[in-house]
Ligand binder design. Sequence first.
Ligand code: CUA
Length: 326
Amino acid sequence: MSLGLAVVGIAPTPSMFAPASTPAFAIRELSFLVLAIVTGIFVVVAGLTVYAIIRYRRRPGDDGREPPQVYGSTQIELAWTVVPFLIVIVLFLTTARYIFAIERHPAPPDALEVTVVGNQWWWEIRYPGLGIVTANELHVPVSDAARPTPTFITLESADVIHSFWIPQLAGKMDVIPGQRNRTWVEPRTPGTYVGQCAEFCGVQHAGMLLTVTVHSPDDFARWVAAQQAVAADVPAVRAGRDMFTSVACISCHTVRGTPANGVFGPDLTHLMSRATLGAGVAANTPENLRAWVNDPAALKPGALMPAMKLSNDQLDTLVAYLATLR
Ligand code: CUA
């Protein structure tokens, strides 16, 4: 199964060594320090091993007897106890310092507040201060060093433990039922960053992707205004709208501006503004949307949305309506 993110042109292999946000820069800094220390240890240990192998190898004329053995040396024992202990202390203290600096970073007044809810197997994204609900594609403003506008994220779970991870923007944070965890990102470069559920959460754990789109302030304001609008009532597709609100769709999905106000599945008010379907498993094209409504499991085996058992005509009518949810 090819992932939808690749289809829509987003590199599916993010690297924590290409950071684009404040916590991620700090995490790379710490990683390099740890890497430098352990590389030093490797070079010393491997170097001494290679030296001993070459220096004390069997040579022609060896008499086959063991060389003189050394029993007990306080100096050597002290050295191999104290030096590793000091190294562990340094690693522990620097790591603790970075963790506390990231976790205790205060939210400035201009911070954007977002709530992300992990579901099997998709992400609900709410902007409580803006009245927006969307799914799988988090949109945030870029942060200017002179006037920081980081995004603070409250993480909740609707079912099992998930883990929220966008390697280029911040470290992993578990998403735990009955608990609210907090994380934050402060992206400095506009662009699209790929994330992934990082805690095994069931059959479609791997199909629980998310993207973060970082906008310039103007673009972000435009996105907010578009998302705040209720769904347009297009007369040409009213038959599809009536079908949507008369079949099972409305028990799980919301479309603002219609009677549909279900909450188990993603909010579809601006479905067509999203690049992918099924949390990143397929590009959001009319063909894929039709295939998804017909039988979600065909694109995402195990998806909790049932096959709708609609006729071809009914599918066409319904998808024509969904395609107007921009
Ligand atoms: Cu959600 Cu893995």
